[in-house]
Design a protein around this ligand. Structure first.
Ligand SMILES: Nc1ncnc2c1ncn2[C@@H]1O[C@H](COP(=O)(O)OP(=O)(O)O)[C@@H](O)[C@H]1O
Ligand SMILES: [Mg+2]
Length: 271
């Protein structure tokens, strides 16, 4: 069956990556196969050092790989990146310290305007992440959670087809994280963005995702893809319901079996 270009998402086949100077017998990623459908929300979860950030950087076109294929909506990572089709949100938000929240969020629009393309209204984005009241503050005047909301709103403002998020909430307290997850889902649901989200939190992965990709360490591989069949929107009733707990247990069991079948992850190797 042939697909229209719009049906294509992320397609990764036989991806292997060894860092320069790394042990060729233990690549950072080995034989990774992964499919992410367009407009899906997918999380990567696994122990430290299993290659989650490496996989994200390869998808972003920031890192070369040794063998295998990576296709993003039928393009190469570099081509999609050059067309401003990929956004990346790191753990620590990289905001412009000398510009206000509003100007930080409006940055993609100013860049796009110069390029003759569109861009989202910064005031709409501010409202969507509940930051209208602090629009005129500078990044150093914000809490960690507020800074990350600015970074996320700005990333959506670019209108990327693909948004890659590397543990964006891991420095925040659980209460703030819960609130940000729902805001993130709100932003995603109204847009045509495919999201790949790295997290250490089983609850976070299940709350957000259509599929949770469980990875095993050393070498980094996809152990299992767990489908999250919870309804959307993932409102309070859904995320506190019994089915949610069953899904969390299902992902925990998969992590446990990845642990048992894989070699010891990085943070245990030195013990
Ligand atoms: N720039 C690098 N140079 C050499 N080795 C690296 C580099 N970045 C990561 N690694 C190694 O690759 C493996 C995967 O790392 P990483 O992708 O950061 O894992 P994760 O994000 O899952 O914690 C680890 O063994 C790590 O030590
Ligand atoms: Mg990482």
């Amino acid at each position: 069956m042939t697909h229209a270009p719009d049906d294509l998402g992320i397609r990764i086949r036989g991806l292997t990556k060894t860092y320069d100077g790394g042990d060729p017998a233990r690549p950072a990623l080995e034989s990774v196969d992964l499919d992410v459908g367009p407009r899906r929300f997918v999380s990567l979860i696994g122990p430290s050092g299993c290659g989650k950030s490496t996989l994200l950087r390869v998808i972003a076109g920031l890192e070369d790989h040794d063998t295998g294929e990576v296709s993003l909506f039928g393009s190469s990572p570099r081509a999609l990146c050059a067309a401003k089709g990929v956004g990346l949100v790191p753990q620590t938000p990289a905001l412009l310290p000398w510009q206000t929240v509003r100007r930080n969020i409006g940055l993609p629009r100013r860049v796009n305007r110069r390029a003759g393309t569109g861009g989202e209204d910064p005031d709409e984005l501010l409202r969507a992440v509940g930051l209208s009241d602090v629009a005129h503050r500078y990044p150093h005047e914000l809490s960690g959670g507020q800074r990350q909301r600015v970074a996320i709103a700005r990333a959506f403002g670019l209108g990327p087809r693909l948004l890659l998020m590397d543990e964006p909430f891991s420095a925040l307290d659980e209460f703030t994280r819960e609130a940000l997850r729902l805001q993130l889902l709100g932003l995603w649901q109204r847009r045509a963005t495919t999201v790949v989200f790295v997290t250490h939190s089983v609850r976070e992965a299940v709350t957000l995702s259509d599929e949770v990709v469980v990875m095993s360490a050393r070498p980094g591989r996809v152990h299992e893809v767990v489908r999250v069949d919870l309804p959307r929107p993932r409102d309070a009733a859904v995320v506190t319901g019994p089915h949610m707990h069953a899904m969390e247990d299902r992902v925990r069991a998969s992590l446990q079996s990845a642990w048992e079948t894989g070699a010891a992850p990085d943070d245990l190797v030195t013990l």
